[in-house]
Ligand binder design. Sequence first.
Ligand SMILES: [Zn+2]
Ligand SMILES: [Zn+2]
Length: 141
Amino acid sequence: MNSVCGQCYCGACRYTVDPGPIQVIHCHCSMCRRQHGAAFSTWVSVGAQRFTLDAQEGAVRSFAVSERTTKFFCAACGTTLYHVTRGYDNVIGLLAGTLRTPVELRPTGHYFYSDRADWTAPPSDGLPLCGGPSGFEQLVR
Ligand SMILES: [Zn+2]
Ligand SMILES: [Zn+2]
């Protein structure tokens, strides 16, 4: 996959991923919704070893969003850049909205769709809708 780079809103935190993403998904869980103040989050999974952060010491802060997951965000502008989950140490979950360069991959589906915001219209992109207790069971459209 092509390499990608991205940054926070103010530009204090930048990153490069080379080679680029493994997978792109839309997540409709309530955790994503609350953290990002948006209907859903689009995540780009990348190999942790391929990820290079370019930021001054202290420019990136972290917050434990759950027992296993920590988010990393810009201390100056607050943009969430990525998540790391214990047990999935080889993978970093980047927020697609922070990318500056095009991604060849396209999202594979809408996950945790059972938890979606009830004020959103169903997606018209034809991608699978997945939900249920795991968040990953295919739902009937
Ligand atoms: Zn920033
Ligand atoms: Zn989510």
